[in-house]
Design a protein around this ligand. Structure first.
Ligand code: PAF
Length: 281
C-alpha cells in the first residue's frame, strides 16, 4: 500500500503501471472504511493488477454544511486497514488537487435525478458526477467499483459514463450487512447506542415487504413499510419508493416488466441511512 496525496504523483506511478500493461481498478470512497468498502477492494484486487482507493470527502456533493462537517474522517485507521493490500494505492488528495478551479459543470440526468435522493438532496448527484468524472480523468481506471447500497448513485454513474463515452467498466457490488441486517455505512459510526439498536428493523421490514408483495399492491406495500418503520419513535422515513431498476420511476403495478427495487431513506435521530431491496417479481 502506498499513500499518495497529489494527482501528479499518482499519475506518475499509474503511467509506469500502464506502460507495463497492468490493469487499473478504482474504488472511490469518502473514507471511514468498513467491511463493505473492503469487499469492494477485495473484488477490485482480484480483478485488476493495481487498485486505487480514493479517500476524499467531496464537498460538492453535500447540500448540508453540518453533514459535511460531521462526516467521519479516519484516514489513519483507513490507511491501516489498507496496509494489508500490497497492490493498492490510496489517493487522498486535498480539495485543491481535485478542484484547482471551482467546478461549474452542470450534468443533466433527467428523471433519474429528480426522484428519491435527488429530490431530498438537491445538487447531490451533480456533485457526485463532478468528483467521479474528475477521478476518472485523473486515474483512467479500466474498472470502477460501486456498492449497490447507493442504488441511485450506481444508476447515475452508469449514465454519466455513457453520456461522456468513457472507457471504464462500472462494476456493481452487493450490499454488505452487519450480522443483524443493518447495511454497512460510514454513517453507522455516528449512531447513538439507542438508535443503533433499532436500525436492524429497517432491513427486517424491507424483507417483510418482499413477502407482502405477494398479497398487496405496490402502494399498499409502500404505505405499510412507512407505517411500520415510523411506529418506532427513534426512526423516521424520509421516503420509500418501489421503482423500476432502469428508469428509477415508481412502478405502476407488479405486472410491470423489469426488475423492481424498493429504495428507502430513514433518519435515525440526525443520522440519515439509506438501504434497498430487490423485489423478485
Ligand atoms: O459513495 C460514495 O462514497 C461517494 O458518493 C463517492 C462515489 C465516493 C463520490 O464521492
Amino acid at each position: 500500500m502506498e499513500l499518495i496525496k497529489t494527482r501528479k504523483e499518482l499519475q506518475y506511478v499509474l503511467n509506469s503501471d500502464r506502460n507495463r500493461a497492468l490493469s487499473i481498478g478504482l474504488v472511490p470512497t469518502m473514507g471511514a472504511l468498513h467491511k463493505g468498502h473492503l469487499s469492494l477492494v477485495d473484488r477490485a484486487v482480484r480483478e485488476n493488477d493495481r487498485v486505487v482507493v480514493s479517500i476524499f470527502v467531496n464537498p460538492t456533493q453535500f447540500n448540508d454544511t453540518n453533514d459535511l462537517k460531521n462526516y467521519p474522517r479516519t484516514i489513519e485507521a483507513d490507511a491501516e486497514l489498507l496496509s494489508l493490500y500490497p497492490a493498492v494505492y490510496i489517493f487522498s488528495p486535498d480539495v485543491s488537487e481535485v478542484y484547482p478551479e471551482p467546478d461549474t459543470r452542470r450534468f443533466d440526468f433527467g428523471p433519474l435525478e429528480t426522484v428519491m435522493e435527488g429530490r431530498y438532496r438537491p445538487g447531490h448527484f451533480n456533485g457526485v458526477a463532478q468528483v467521479v468524472s474528475k477521478l476518472f480523468e485523473i486515474i483512467k481506471p479500466d474498472r470502477a467499483y460501486f456498492g449497490l447500497k447507493d442504488f441511485q448513485q450506481y444508476s447515475i454513474i452508469k449514465n454519466l459514463v455513457a453520456m461522456l463515452g468513457l472507457p471504464v467498466e462500472i462494476v456493481p457490488c452487493d450490499i454488505v450487512r452487519e450480522a443483524d441486517g443493518l447495511a454497512m455505512s460510514s454513517r453507522n459510526a455516528l449512531l447513538s447506542k439507542e438508535h443503533r439498536a433499532v436500525t436492524p428493523q429497517i432491513y427486517r421490514i424491507l424483507q417483510e415487504a418482499v413477502i407482502e408483495a405477494g398479497i398487496y399492491a405496490p402502494d399498499e406495500v409502500k404505505r405499510r413499510v412507512i407505517e411500520k418503520i415510523n411506529s418506532n419513535a427513534l426512526l423516521k422515513v424520509e421516503y420509500f419508493e418501489i421503482v423500476d431498476e432502469l428508469t428509477l420511476q415508481a412502478i405502476a403495478g407488479w405486472d410491470q416488466k423489469g426488475k423492481k427495487v424498493g429504495c428507502i431513506a430513514v433518519y435515525a435521530g440526525s443520522v440519515r441511512l439509506i438501504d434497498n431491496i430487490v423485489f423478485d417479481k
